[in-house]
Design a binder for this molecule. Structure first.
Ligand SMILES: [Zn+2]
Length: 245
């Protein structure tokens, strides 16, 4: 079972603030419920650490920097207002308040989380759709949660869903790619070394040929009828032949 999101900062929260009596934990999650902190990360973490406050969540997505993870993915955190929603889905809080759309960093962190979980990501088709995998807190009324404005329209669904459709590589796929790329570079280097020695051999062969040609030319030029010029003897001979006519 997936536990800790690669690249996220593990930041443990109180061990007592998760789970329900009689409900197995950890348990595979069927989706994510999105929330807005309606405040700063520091303020939210203060609430998270308060033992008297019956609220917890699994992920905190700051305006900048890596995702924070407070519990293993399969834990049932108390974020979405009902036991059904909390058991079925994991939860993510986003730093900021109503009127502040997610930052590019927050969108990227969300996308990385979705890629890692690797579910069939679907927004609810209608107010009674229980089969979706991406809900906003306010959409959890269908699971018995109290009504709320959270996350106040801050989640950039078109961007997030478009990224999922693009089938961007997961971290694992990036790692695999990089590993393969390194292997390719090594092979290319070996090829270049091989090619280099072949070129050296070719150059040496050409030099031998050039030397042979030069020697041949020199030898030819040294003969009386060589291409290096007409010898004096041959000129006299030609003159004699012409005169004889
Ligand atoms: Zn919420």
């Amino acid at each position: 079972m997936l536990d800790w999101l690669p690249g996220a900062t593990r930041r443990d929260a109180p061990a007592s603030k998760h789970g329900y009596g009689g409900v197995p934990e950890p348990q595979a999650k069927q989706g994510i419920v999105f929330h807005s902190m309606e405040g700063s990360l520091a303020a939210a973490l203060g609430e998270l650490d308060k033992l008297s406050r019956q609220a917890s969540w699994t992920f905190s997505n700051p305006k900048s920097g890596p995702m924070l993870q407070h519990y293993p993915l399969g834990f049932h955190t108390w974020a979405s207002g009902s036991d059904i929603a909390n058991v079925r889905f994991t939860s993510i809080e986003h730093e900021g308040v109503a009127g502040e759309p997610l930052t590019p960093s927050q969108v990227a962190n969300d996308i990385a989380l979705l890629k890692w979980m690797g579910l069939d990501w679907k927004r609810p088709a209608n107010p009674s759709d229980l089969t979706a995998t991406l809900y906003e807190h306010r959409e959890c009324v269908r699971f018995g949660s109290a009504s709320t404005a959270c996350p106040s329209g801050r989640i950039l669904w078109p961007t997030i869903l478009a990224a999922m459709e693009d089938d961007m590589p997961t971290q694992q796929e990036w790692d695999d790619f990089k590993a393969a790329y390194k292997l390719d570079i090594k092979r290319v280097r070996e090829d270049i070394v091989g090619l280099s020695s072949e070129l050296t051999a070719l150059r040496d062969a050409v030099r031998v040929d050039i030397r042979a040609v030069r020697e041949s030319v020199a030898a030819h030029a040294a003969t009386p009828h060589g291409g290096g010029g007409v010898s004096e003897e041959r000129v006299k001979e030609i003159v004699r032949e012409l005169v004889a006519d």
